[in-house]
Design a protein around this ligand. Structure first.
Ligand SMILES: [Cu+2]
Length: 226
């Protein structure tokens, strides 16, 4: 296994860890003193009969205004930085045009080669149950070179669909009459699902495709064949 399976999933993963860490720290900073005060100043007959009335602490108020502000600004800017990275494909990314239709996907590669995946190419014709991605016939698979950023130019032939690359944890709407874009990169060879993520009619639940990630030489060889 490579260290990073896919982008931009890795950014969400990092972001998740940052938020988790900060949340846990805030939780402890709030909860532990609260627990301490709860016990320390609990009601005891004859000892702690009345609550104390404390008026104003400038230092404390400044502190608990400034620290959360810094934390929030950090989370916002860090999230926005990751958002920008995942919105803009790295330079030199391979461009693939993807056209969604009821119900399937068309992939067009830079040299004009096309691959079609239909709703009935991802299921077992007898049971109508989903196949495993590696069981899908290779002729319906969109080959993708490993370790390579892929920029997807996306549109639709009929209604709104959404192109969801599962391992990369990224999705983008495919809108008729418009071209939208997204990018992803998968580092580990294998078979990965793409699903439609916008309800689009009867076969929406089977509107899937398989990305077959292969080493670059194998991809180039495949690209040259019809
Ligand atoms: Cu769809």
């Amino acid at each position: 296994m490579k260290e990073v399976l896919a982008y931009p999933a890795q950014y969400w993963h990092t972001m998740y860890e940052i938020w988790l860490f900060i949340s846990v720290v805030i939780y402890l900073v709030v909860f532990l003193p609260a627990l301490y005060f709860l016990i320390r100043y609990r009601y005891r007959r004859g000892v702690n009969e009345k609550a104390q009335h404390v008026h104003e602490s400038k230092a404390l108020e400044v502190l608990w205004t400034i620290i959360p502000t810094i934390v929030v600004i950090y989370l916002a800017t860090q999230s926005f930085a990751f958002y920008r990275i995942q919105r803009n494909a790295p330079e030199g990314a391979m461009e693939v045009k993807v056209t969604a239709f009821m119900w399937g996907w068309e992939f067009e590669y830079p040299n004009g080669k096309k691959v079609y995946s239909f709703f009935n190419s991802v299921v077992n014709p007898e049971t109508n149950a989903y196949l495993k991605p590696e069981e899908v016939n290779d002729m319906f698979k969109a080959y993708i070179p490993e370790d390579t950023p892929v920029k997807v130019l996306l549109t639709s032939r009929d209604v709104i669909h959404s192109f969801y690359v599962q391992p990369a944890k990224v999705t983008e709407d495919a809108v008729p009459g418009r071209i939208t874009h997204m990018w992803f990169q998968i580092n580990e060879p294998g078979n990965y699902w793409v699903f439609c993520r916008e309800y689009c009619g009867t076969q929406h639940s089977r509107m899937a495709a398989v990305l077959k990630v292969v080493p670059k030489e194998e991809f180039n060889k495949w690209l040259q064949t019809n």
